[in-house]
Design a protein around this ligand. Sequence first.
Ligand SMILES: [Zn+2]
Ligand SMILES: [Zn+2]
Length: 217
Amino acid sequence: MLKVKSFTLGAFQVHNYLLYDTDTREAVLIDTGKDPEPILQAIATESLDLKLLLYTHTHIDHVEGHGTIRQAYPDLPAWMHPEEQFWVEALPMQAQMFQMPIPEPPVITGFVTPGQIFTLNHFTLEVRFCPGHTPGGISYYVKEGPFLFTGDTIFAGSIGRTDFPKGDFQELMDSIETQILTLPDETIVYPGHGPSTTIGQERMTNPFVLDYLASLK
Ligand SMILES: [Zn+2]
Ligand SMILES: [Zn+2]
């Protein structure tokens, strides 16, 4: 059975998600927020076999804990979209903007491509390219859930900010329309901040989604 454990970390209350199968114990970690020791504890308590680290994007709050995870798992494959290199290089600037210490930049071992599928023994994760909040934003779709890990692209009743460098509102709404709303209504959405939701709920009630869909008619 597939399980999702959520960890809320750091000043921005970012959610990291540990997705795992209770039979094989294979696990995938989505993003690494500040002081991720509770994640390491959960991996130990549940005797999980951490296979992959996947980044939705590399804003500072989503990568701050990379060093701690890397120390515990020096060989862990870590993936992001190549366009996110912009925000990795801007980590010192991001730290200064929010008056936070500069984190260790994440050690990335692979670049995802749109449509790519990560295959584990009992589940898969599909890379859905969702630029707009950041240039290389990714949502990861697990059809066996069905679950969608959206980072800061869409939230319950809201959407990601597009007023940062390289943010683009039109691009964000286009990503939501083509990469997120095309998934089944029952898909559980696990965002980077705030409560989880479903595709159906957002399709029917998210004011940004409703405005955008109305503007297309
Ligand atoms: Zn963000
Ligand atoms: Zn965030």
